[in-house]
Design a protein around this ligand. Structure first.
Ligand code: ZN
Length: 221
């Protein structure tokens, strides 16, 4: 689904299988954000191919965080030539809890080699400049990616439409999640592309969503 020029959103709409939404940024360097699980990857590949993308033309795979439902398919794309990008705190966290995490889901731990550390600040890829925000809470090294040109925020599992990311995994923190959400709510945002569930489009809807989260979820965090 094309959201804006060079911005494609692939929501995961099969509710019987857990997998994440994926986002593709087009242009001279293609960036795939959160490729999801390995097994359902052919569905994503089909949708991306229909939009004119080739898997061996993906220059970078960027992970919002290191949970298996967001990153398991990443190493396969690295074999096709993509560079893998993750926040250093989630790289360390993956090394520590990854094997047990994958095992609990009945999956083998993939071999992941991170080529690029995502750090708070500007990230320029293929002539486009994004801002990386370190937004811990769901995991220690979770990030949000902001594209100022079109005021789009890619949130991973920080927030969803009418919801927030879990904080009960190891390394999760309700207090940090709340702080990260407050910080992101200060940005000018017209589009939110979350890690699960539908996109939130339009500034009034974005504002309403932050309001609902504050009212409904903050007291529990
Ligand atoms: Zn997660």
């Amino acid at each position: 689904m094309k959201i804006a020029p060079d911005l494609f959103f692939y929501p995961w709409e099969n509710y019987t299988q857990n997998n994440c939404n994926s986002i593709m940024i087009g242009g001279p360097v293609k960036v795939l954000i959160d490729p999801g699980h390995k097994r359902p990857f052919p569905y994503l590949e089909r949708a991306m191919t229909a939009d004119g993308f080739a898997m061996d033309d993906i220059g970078m795979v960027l992970f919002t965080h290191c949970h298996p439902d967001h990153m398991e398919a990443g190493p396969d794309l690295a074999q096709l030539g993509a560079r893998l990008a993750l926040h250093p705190e989630d790289e360390a966290y993956l090394k520590k809890i990854g094997p047990a995490f994958f095992q609990s889901m009945g999956l083998p731990m993939p071999e992941v080699k991170i080529d690029l550390h995502l750090r708070e600040g500007d990230l320029t890829v293929g002539g486009k400049t994004f801002q990386v925000y370190h937004t811990p809470g769901h995991s220690p090294g979770s990030i949000c990616l902001y594209w100022p040109e079109i005021k789009a925020l890619i949130t991973g599992d920080l927030i969803f439409a009418q919801g927030v990311g879990r904080t009960d995994f190891p390394g999760g923190s309700g207090r940090k999640l709340k702080e990260s959400i407050e910080r992101m709510s200060g940005l000018e945002i017209d589009i939110i592309l979350p890690g699960h569930g539908p996109a939130i489009i339009g500034r009034p809807n974005v504002a309403q969503n932050f309001k609902t989260i504050r009212e409904m979820y903050f007291p529990m965090l």
